[in-house]
Design a protein around this ligand. Structure first.
Ligand code: NAI
Length: 332
């Protein structure tokens, strides 16, 4: 089947090409993101593959349908970038990668937490410049601290298990509580209590209308001063301006983010020679206690290998008219 692969980076090309040896699809790689200006490149392709920041809204889906596209395969778990209602109206089916190494993201979240708490990012810079001073690098023991996990699905549970291993008390909040989380020693509490009692909060729920700005000025007003907030899920979960306010008044003692609300205009590109006009992200990176990475939590060999294999499996199943196990649909 002819597949237009958008947002295709070097590693996508290499690993999809390798995985495609088992499938034989005709893959056309586009460096560009899918959006209103680039959707023309999908004309004549029955399948299109996208990534987290491509724009798959009603207008783009209508254009895709006109061009003959019948399947959109996102190479991600999250699918908040796709208007599922509009896809259904256009008769376009949508698949995602439901399952890939949750360890990739959970371990990265732990890495961010350790780095920020123990100021490893600052120490790295200092020692390279010959500065072996410890002033300003003091962190706290995680052992015995309380860690709140919002969203106790696949990634949240792995993260919770690691934190239990560190000797932390783990609190959870989820709309669908999972006995597996409690079996790890986690305890479900209302989200307000989680915000009040935690020393660290890590976000692992999807971005939905209900979770947008789940971290906002109100929830941040509840926290113990010095809270470390980790977000490896989706930028829209955090009201960034409220987080900046809480960093300024010290309620937030640290913010570690792999995702950012306006990341679509920035991430996955080298803008080091450009003028960045987003003042919010520039303010964020000016704080010594903010650690920002560019949506790389998923980026392990294991995760990418599964993402490529699952995406091509779904496209092959679609071509053969078989059930699509990773299909996502708008609620009826
Ligand atoms: P999952 O579907 O296994 O778990 C998500 C959990 O969030 C579920 O238990 C669900 O019930 C819960 N949830 C949904 N609405 C909620 C609400 N209103 N309040 C509290 N909990 C709620 O998903 P998984 O695989 O654990 O992934 C979680 C998120 O991580 C994804 O949605 C995605 O946004 C993000 N992600 C980020 C990556 C990165 O590279 N930074 C890579 C992969 C995923």
């Amino acid at each position: 089947m002819k597949v237009a692969v958008f947002s295709a980076k070097r590693y996508d090309r290499a690993l999809l090409t390798e995985a495609n040896l088992h499938h034989g699809h005709a893959l056309t790689f586009q460096e560009a993101m899918l959006g209103p200006e680039t959707v023309v490149l999908a004309a004549g392709y029955p399948a299109v593959s996208v990534f987290v920041n491509d724009r798959v809204d009603a207008g783009v889906l209508a254009a895709l349908a006109r061009g003959g596209t019948r399947l959109v395969a996102t190479r991600s778990t999250g699918f908040n970038q796709i208007d599922l209602e509009a896809a259904r109206e256009q008769g376009i089916r949508v698949v995602r990668v439901t399952d890939y190494s949750p360890y990739s993201v959970a371990e990265f979240a732990v890495g961010l937490l350790l780095t920020l708490n123990r100021r490893i990012h600052r120490a790295y810079e200092r020692t390279r410049g010959g500065n072996f001073e410890l002033d300003g690098l003091m962190g706290f023991d995680l052992h015995g601290r309380t860690v709140g996990v919002i969203g106790t699905g696949k990634i949240g549970k792995v993260f919770a298990g690691i934190m239990r291993g560190f000797g932390c008390t783990v609190l959870g909040h989820d709309v669908y509580p999972d006995p597996g989380f409690e079996a790890l020693g986690g305890r479900y509490v209302p989200v307000e209590q989680l915000m009040r009692e935690s020393d660290v909060v890590s976000l692992h729920c999807p971005l939905t209308p209900e979770t947008r700005h789940i971290i906002n000025a109100d929830s941040l007003s509840l926290v113990k001063p010095g809270l470390i907030l980790v977000n490896t899920s989706r930028g829209g979960l955090v009201d960034t301006n409220a987080a900046i306010g809480a960093l300024k008044n010290g309620l937030l003692g640290g913010l570690a983010i792999d995702v950012y609300e306006q990341e679509a205009d920035l991430f996955f590109r080298d803008l080091s020679s450009d003028i960045i006009t987003d003042d919010v992200i520039q303010r964020l990176v000016s704080f010594p206690n903010v650690l920002l990475t560019g949506h790389q939590a998923f980026f392990t060999r294991e995760a990418i290998g599964t993402i490529c294999a699952t995406t091509l499996d779904s496209i092959s199943a679609f071509e053969r008219g078989e059930p699509l196990v990773n299909e996502i649909r708008a609620p009826d």
